[in-house]
Design a protein around this ligand. Structure first.
Ligand SMILES: [Zn+2]
Ligand SMILES: [Zn+2]
Length: 543
């Protein structure tokens, strides 16, 4: 049996793993590449495998970085079942059409530009038709039930506590009379997350565990439900004192509902005086639909506290909660003088309505922008959090005067200690742990932590393929046959170089405008250093 890393290798988005046995080929996740990940790997529109040959896709959860390229696989000939939980299948019925719509809109926009400049037209990555076909291929299964996927592969989904319906997947492969067991963590959630249940541990005696490491190098300081509430309350109180609007970029599915849950909670408890009077807008059609799905199919997935609230009809409801569906409703939010809280997406600010709200609020010193989720490299969200004083939105330069705050508590991803606990709680120590879904430097720190605790760890690069055998502790790393690899490897290298250059740029961005003599001197030295570094490498690379 072979395992190939077709995405999220030393990066966070684009989760996709190919499991091949003698008789079958199964994908775990088929996620979209976002932020700077779009420029690496295969670009946006190619796969490291032939979709026609795939027998089934096992989907850990509905987030687009795990599910977003399913319609592209279908467009390219994938005809098998998409096996996942009921709640994930429900969420996919809103998320994939939303993504299909974005693909069509983006191609249309690009084509208007291409028409004017005489360039050829482009096709959308996939269309609504491809999305419709994909949705017909979904085959939901309950948690904890063993399901045969092909003649030689069976699976069992367990709750990963990351998003409604999210799962870790235990897999058993029977090949040549031998049994090999694997477990894919999916995205691992956190204990005491509101609404959903806590993550479950793997119990299939997996020989190989493929796990995420998004926050493998750090712990979230804020873990308990109580601390999360206190943290959010403190940030809201400070924002209210500042006086202006509160803008919350948020993933439409999952995070938006967490924020609504805590807002209602804080309004009820009175910990943020005045909060009850401020209108709260969910400005995201997808966020609104997702809230409906959470309300309609949640019962089987809720934790106990949430079940009680849902029965009382109090889950996401409060008096000043308003939903803005249409583009006009969204625009009108930027005209009203009344102070408001706007929850909008995308969560990383790289697309969507949130960009309009940022454009209208970043320059205002009384506004507050509250980030509550992971901001991938190369996104506007990351830039703002790294302290940029000016940003470009819709081609316009916007000065950042608003307060930019990050709250830690709402992260849907386990931190370092929680990830380690999850792995150590597995029913058997695996022969090898493969780390993915994390930036290279983060995974290298996490890998060391796990090695220190006695695990054998691998941090695969994109397209690395491994031969896995139940009896062999040693893993034969396959030769990388793909021609593309060298090029891709080069672009990964370039990415690392750009990251260093970006670090310098963000140091400069974060620098306050000061005519302080010492700062001037430091900058002069830095300038000379950089100049000689650039000259030196110009010579080396040219020879
Ligand atoms: Zn996720
Ligand atoms: Zn993810």
């Amino acid at each position: 049996m072979k395992l190939k890393f077709c995405g999220a290798a030393q990066t966070v988005t684009g989760s996709c793993y190919l499991l091949s046995t003698e008789n079958s080929k199964v994908l775990v996740d088929c996620g979209m590449r976002q932020g700077s990940d779009k420029k690496t790997e295969f670009g946006e529109d190619k796969f490291a495998f032939e979709p026609k040959e795939i027998d089934a896709i096992l989907l850990t959860h509905a987030h687009i970085d795990h599910s977003g390229l399913i319609p592209l696989a279908v467009k390219k000939g994938f005809k098998g079942k998409i096996i996942t939980t009921e709640a994930t299948a429900q969420l996919a019925t809103i998320m994939l059409p939303d993504s299909g719509h974005i693909q069509e809109m983006e191609a249309e926009y690009q084509n208007r530009k291409n028409l004017r400049s005489g360039k050829p037209t482009v096709e959308p990555l996939y269309t609504m038709d491809d999305v419709k076909k994909s949705l017909e291929q979904f085959a939901p299964v309950p948690y904890k039930k063993i399901v045969n996927v092909t003649d030689d592969i069976s699976v069992r989904f367990v709750d990963a506590g990351h998003l409604l319906g999210s799962a870790s997947i235990e897999i058993t492969v029977n090949e040549d009379g031998k049994e090999v067991k694997l477990a894919f963590s999916g995205d691992i959630g956190r204990e005491e997350s509101p609404i959903i249940c806590d993550p479950e541990f793997i119990s299939n005696d997996a020989d190989y565990i493929i796990m995420e490491g998004t926050y493998g190098d750090r712990d979230h300081g804020v873990n308990s439900d109580e601390k999360k509430r206190t943290e959010f309350a403190a940030v809201l109180n400070a924002a209210l004192r500042r006086g202006g609007n509160i803008i919350i970029p948020s993933f439409a599915v999952g995070r938006t509902q967490t924020i609504l849950f805590y807002l209602r909670n804080l309004i009820d408890s009175g910990e943020v005086p005045g909060l009850e009077k401020i209108p709260v807008y969910v400005d995201s059609p997808l966020g609104i639909e997702a809230t409906n799905v959470f309300e309609s199919c949640g019962m089987g997935y809720y934790d106990e506290e949430t079940k009680a609230l849902a029965k009382a009809g109090k889950l996401f409801n409060f008096e000043n909660l308003k939903f803005s569906r249409t583009a006009d409703e969204s625009k009108s939010l930027n005209i009203t003088k009344e102070r408001q809280i706007i929850i909008s997406s995308s969560g990383m600010c790289d697309a969507g309505r949130i960009r309009h709200h940022l454009k209208h609020n970043l320059y205002r010193a009384d506004s507050t922008v509250i980030f509550s989720g992971y901001q991938a490299e190369g996104t506007l969200g990351r830039l703002l959090l790294s302290g940029a004083r000016k940003v470009k939105i819709f081609g316009e330069e916007i000065r950042v005067n608003a307060a930019i705050v990050q709250i830690e508590g709402f992260s849907g991803h386990a931190g370092k200690a929680e990830l380690t606990e999850w792995l150590e709680s597995a029913s058997k120590k695996p022969k090898r742990v493969f780390l993915s879904h994390g930036e290279a430097d983060v995974l290298s720190v996490f890998s060391q932590t796990l090695k220190d605790r006695g695990f054998a760890v691998e941090v695969p690069a994109l397209l690395d393929e491994f031969e896995l055998d139940a009896n062999e502790v040693q893993i034969a790393q396959m030769e990388k046959v793909e021609k593309a690899y060298k090029l891709e490897n080069f672009s990964l290298q370039k990415k690392k170089l750009f990251k260093q250059a970006e670090r310098i740029a963000s140091l400069l961005e974060a620098l306050n405008e000061s005519d302080d003599e010492l700062t001037g001197l430091k900058l002069k030295i830095m300038e000379e250093d950089l100049k000689s570094l650039a000259d030196k490498w110009k010579n080396i690379l040219n020879t």
